[in-house]
Design a protein around this ligand. Structure first.
Ligand code: SF4
Length: 433
């Protein structure tokens, strides 16, 4: 979303965001004119920057391949120059190239009213349109390994803008996944849904009030959303404060055991620790970085490791929704930093002498993760962090309802579980859950 004088330009990303979270659209819209609100946006972390870089590299590699293929067949390839702040210029250049009949157009720009779109690639197909005896179809590149609804919406957005130029709905739209697999969608199957959504979206923008009337409801988008920190804070602020009235302490029947001087000294040292979680994970404890690599399927060689720390034990994390992953890692980082200051180290468990024997029987190359133990005054403690799941009665899905209507046997679970956003830290003796 960008303001161009009195006009607000809406992109495919804005439509996808609206589809995932109406609150995100409200905040983006308000931030156009509210500098203080804009400053509350979360800056992309190292992981997001890495993904962005990889996305660009993937797109460049695909462009090189496609270019080679088109040029070998005697075709023409045109790259539209980006003109930040002046999309009309790139849109005019795109129009010219489409009328000239280029075989492959890279970075095509469309501008129609308040809608602006930048399609990765347009490929010429022999289907007559207002342009001539040919028309175009959209190809987009995505790093993901599977097609997602957001990809289809984005493609449909570009396809809709392309249709206005060539006066013909494209027959198909394509996405090239990170696996190099090309997935093709038939435009007509999605056009009705897309147009209804676009109508709702533009209507919402036109009728938006100057107040923020939507609420931050956790959803799968939150983990990658630039308002994540603000929404987390708002949810925490909105939580009702619960006060507990302590029961009156019963009169001691036995003399209380006095705190030993060593214990009292330890308590003082713990109280003096700064255990506030840090904002980012860039300089996190190596065990937390290793845990992040496993949890988020990162490539270990893309991260900066202090010497000799790339391998080693990790921490146990379970049932974390995407939205809570970074938060859990930050909590573990604060905990390990504090533990280190007290001289408590994280060690791998003692190795199992029979491990090799089991391995050869299993004939498997899989190595299970090694969960570290915190050694506190010689005693090993197992750490685990998870997210509490909220249980509710199962709501039948549309598919289940349809199958039931058709008289098919449908097994339905009794409960549905949804992440609650509440993290729990478990400290146990090894071998106990
Ligand atoms: S963080 Fe989540 S709730 Fe907040 S705007 Fe983003 S997607 Fe919506």
């Amino acid at each position: 979303m960008q303001r161009l004088g009195p006009q607000i330009l809406l992109s495919a990303t804005d439509l996808v965001n609206f589809h995932e979270c109406a609150h995100l659209t409200t905040l983006d819209l308000r931030a156009l004119d509210d500098k203080a609100l804009k400053a509350q946006r979360t800056q992309p972390d190292e992981h997001a920057q890495l993904l962005f870089k990889r996305g660009n590299e993937f797109e460049a590699a695909y462009l090189a391949d496609l270019k080679r293929e088109v040029l070998r067949a005697g075709g023409t390839v045109v790259e539209i120059e980006k003109t930040p702040g002046n999309p009309a210029k790139s849109a005019a250049a795109t129009l010219e190239v489409l009328h000239a009949g280029a075989d492959l157009v890279y970075q095509a720009t469309f501008l129609d009213g308040d809608l602006v779109g930048h399609a990765d690639f347009l490929r010429k197909v022999p289907r007559p349109s207002a342009l001539g005896d040919y028309s175009y179809e959209v190809i987009d590149t995505k790093l993901g390994r599977h097609a997602k609804a957001s990809y289809v919406l984005q493609l449909a957005f570009y396809g809709d803008l392309l249709a206005r130029v060539q006066q013909l709905d494209p027959h198909a739209m394509h996405v090239v996944l990170g696996t190099r697999e090309q997935v093709t969608f038939t435009c007509s199957e999605y056009s009705r849904y897309f147009r209804r959504l676009l109508g709702r979206f533009t209507q919402t923008i036109a009728n938006a009030s100057t107040e923020i009337t939507t609420r931050p409801t956790p959803c799968s988008k939150c983990a990658q959303c630039h308002w994540n920190e603000r929404c987390e804070q708002q949810r925490a602020d909105d939580e009702p404060t619960v006060t507990f009235t302590p029961r009156p302490t019963p009169a001691p029947t036995e003399p209380t055991i006095p705190t030993s001087p060593a214990e009292a000294a330890l308590r003082t040292r713990i109280d003096a620790l700064d255990l506030a979680p840090r904002a980012g994970l860039t300089a996190a404890h190596p065990a937390v970085l290793r845990t992040a690599v496993r949890l988020k399927h990162l490539k270990s060689h893309d991260l900066a490791w202090p010497r000799g720390t790339r391998s080693g034990p990790i921490l146990e994390v379970r049932n974390l929704s995407d939205a809570q992953q970074n938060r859990a890692l930050r909590v573990l980082d604060a905990l390990l930093r504090g533990a280190e200051k007290l001289g408590w180290s994280l060690e791998p468990p003692a190795s199992d002498p029979n491990a090799d024997r089991h391995q050869s029987f299993a004939r498997s190359t899989y190595r299970p993760p090694v969960f570290g133990r915190l050694i506190v005054d010689g005693e090993p403690l197992q750490l685990r962090i998870d997210e509490r799941q909220r249980q509710s009665d199962h709501v039948p899905t549309e598919q289940e309802k349809a199958d039931e209507k058709r008289g098919r046997y449908v097994w339905m679970p009794r409960f549905d579980y949804a992440p609650s956003g509440e993290l729990r830290l478990h400290v146990t003796e090894p071998g106990h859950s």
